[in-house]
Ligand binder design. Structure first.
Ligand code: NAD
Length: 417
C-alpha cells in the first residue's frame, strides 16, 4: 500500500504506531503529527537568457522543543511540500535519537539544477535565503545540503544571510559549508561513517564477523561510495555488488572500493568495472549478503520484495527506503535492519559539530571529529538496541520509541502539552 501512499502519510503512520505503543498523550501525539510552521515562498530569478523565471520553495519546521530546527535543503524538479514535511518529521526523530540538542526541519525548491548554470543556481540560492531568512538563524533553524545541493550552494546561502544581517559573521547559520568557510573536517563522509559504526555494533551484537563479510550497496553517490570505502577500511568487509541509476554490477570475489569509486568518477557509472557482471537494482537488493546498504531512494524494500530480502544486516543510509509493511516482514524473517533515523544520523551529528566549532571559533582535527562521531553513534545504537531487546520490537520501532519519548519529554518540560 505504501507505494502509492505519500511519504508524509507514511511518516505520520510510523508515528501513530509508536504513539500507540508508548501510550502517548493524545495532545502530544496530535502536535507531533504536524509541522509547527511552514513557509511557502515564490522566487523570481533572472536567467542567463534575460528571462525572469518564477520558482517555488518551502521551509518546514516540524519541531524545535529540543533545540533549533535542523534540516537539509533539496533542489529537485519533483519536489513537493508533502515530501519536505515527511523529511522534516524524520529530522526531528534523527536529532533526538543521536541526542544532539536540535529539532527537525527541511527545505526545498522545485527546480532542475541539472539544466541550470552556476550563475542561475547562485541567484536562485540567494533569492531563497532572502525569503526564508526571516525564519532562519543558528538559534532558530539551520539548513544543510541535501539532494542536488552542494557546499558551494551552502557558501552562497551563508554569504546572502550574512549580508542581510549587515555583514555580521554567522557561519553556524548553515552547515555543510566548504572547509575554508567554516565547514567541518569529516562532514563529507560522516553519513557513511556513522552507518558503518552502527553496522560494527550490530555485527558484534549478532555475533557476525565483519572481516571478510560480504556487502551490497544500492546507490553509489556520496553515501554509497563512502560506505564502500569505509566498510572496507574500518570493518574489513568485501564489496561484492554496487549499483547506480543505470544498473548494478556484481563480483562474488569482491571489488576494491577505491577502484570502484575511481571507475565511477572516470566513466560516470559503475557498469563496466573490470571483472564484474551486470545485475539489476532489484536483484541486488535480494542478494544473500552479510550487509546491505540501501543508499539511493525511498520505498525500495516493500511488501512485494520484502520476503526475498536475505541480507543479515540492512543499514539504511537512504531516507525511507523501507515501507512499514516490509518492516514487519523483514523482522519476522530475522533480517536485522538499522533504521534510517539511526543509520544515517552521522551526517546531522557532524553538522552539529560544525555548528559547535563555528560558535566557539575553535576548529577540531579530523581525528577528533571521527572520535566524537563514534561515541555518539555507538551510544545511540545501544540506546536503540537495548530498547528493542526490552520491548521485543524491531529496531525502527525501538528508535522511534527512544526519539519520540525524548521530544515528548522536552515539550512537556516546556509546558507545551
Ligand atoms: P547522491 O545524489 O550523491 O547519490 C545518489 C545515488 O543513487 C547515485 O549514485 C544515483 O545514481 C543512485 N540512484 C538513483 N536512482 C537509483 C536507482 N533507481 N537505483 C539505484 N541507484 C540509484 O545522494 P546521497 O547524498 O548519496 O544520498 C543517498 C540517500 O542517502 C538519500 O536517500 C539521502 O537522503 C540519504 N542521506 C544522505 C546523506 C548525506 O549526507 N549524503 C545524509 C542522510 C541521508
Amino acid at each position: 500500500m505504501a507505494g502509492s501512499e505519500s511519504l508524509f502519510a507514511v511518516a505520520q503512520r510510523q508515528l501513530d504506531a509508536v504513539a500507540e505503543r508508548l501510550g502517548l498523550d493524545r495532545a502530544v501525539h496530535q502536535l507531533l503529527r504536524w509541522p509547527l510552521r511552514e513557509l511557502h515562498v515564490t522566487l523570481p530569478v533572472k536567467m542567463d537568457d534575460g528571462r525572469t523565471e518564477i520558482f517555488h520553495g518551502f521551509r518546514v519546521q516540524h519541531n524545535d522543543a529540543r533545540g533549533p530546527c535542523k534540516g537539509g535543503t533539496r533542489f529537485h524538479p519533483e519536489e513537493t511540500i508533502d515530501t519536505i514535511r515527511a523529511l522534516a518529521l524524520w529530522m526531528t526523530w534523527k536529532t533526538a535519537v543521536v541526542n544532539v540538542p536540535l529539532g527537525g526541519s527541511k527545505g526545498g525548491i522545485v527546480c532542475n539544477p541539472k539544466v541550470m548554470s552556476q550563475g542561475e543556481l547562485e541567484r536562485l540560492s540567494r533569492a531563497y535565503v532572502r525569503q526564508v531568512a526571516r525564519i532562519l538563524g543558528d538559534d532558530l533553524d539551520v539548513p544543510a545540503p541535501d539532494v542536488y545541493t552542494t557546499p558551494q550552494i551552502m557558501a552562497w546561502m551563508m554569504d546572502e544571510y550574512e549580508a542581510l544581517q549587515g555583514w555580521r559573521h554567522r557561519p553556524a547559520i548553515i552547515t555543510g559549508k566548504p572547509v575554508p568557510l567554516g565547514g567541518s573536517l569529516g562532514r563529507t563522509e560522516a553519513t557513511a561513517r556513522g552507518g558503518c559504526i552502527t553496522v560494527r555494533e550490530a555485527a558484534a551484537a549478532l555475533g557476525i564477523e565483519t572481516k571478510g563479510a560480504t556487502v551490497a550497496i544500492q546507490g553509489f553517490g556520496n553515501a554509497g561510495q563512502h560506505a564502500a570505502l569505509l566498510s572496507e577500511e574500518l570493518l574489513g568487509c568485501k564489496i561484492i555488488a554496487v549499483s547506480d541509476s543505470r544498473g548494478g554490477i556484481i563480483n562474488e570475489a569482491g571489488m576494491p572500493a577505491e577502484g570502484l569509486v575511481n571507475h565511477k568518477r572516470e566513466t560516470g557509472a559503475v557498469g563496466g568495472f573490470p571483472g564484474s557482471e551486470l545485475i539489476s537494482n532489484k536483484d541486488l537488493l535480494e542478494l544473500p549478503v552479510d550487509v546491505l546498504f540501501p543508499a539511493a531512494l525511498e520505498n525500495v524494500i516493500t511488501e512485494e520484495n520484502g520476503p526475498r530480502i536475505r541480507a543479515k544486516i540492512s543499514c539504511e543510509l537512504a531516507n525511507g527506503p523501507q515501507t512499514p509493511e516490509a518492516d514487519e516482514i523483514l523482522h519476522q524473517n530475522g533480517v536485522f535492519f538499522i533504521p534510517d533515523i539511526l543509520a544515517n544520523a552521522g551526517g546531522v551529528t557532524v553538522s552539529h559539530f560544525e555548528m559547535v566549532q563555528n560558535i566557539s571559533t575553535y576548529y577540531w582535527t579530523a581525528q577528533r571529529v571521527n572520535e566524537e562521531l563514534d561515541l555518539k553513534m555507538t551510544t545511540a545504537f545501544h540506546d536503540v538496541y537495548e530498547r528493542a531487546q526490552v520491548e521485543k520490537v524491531h529496531m525502527r520501532l525501538a528508535a522511534y520509541m527512544v526519539a519520540v519519548q525524548r521530544v515528548a519529554e522536552a515539550m512537556s518540560l516546556r509546558g507545551w502539552v
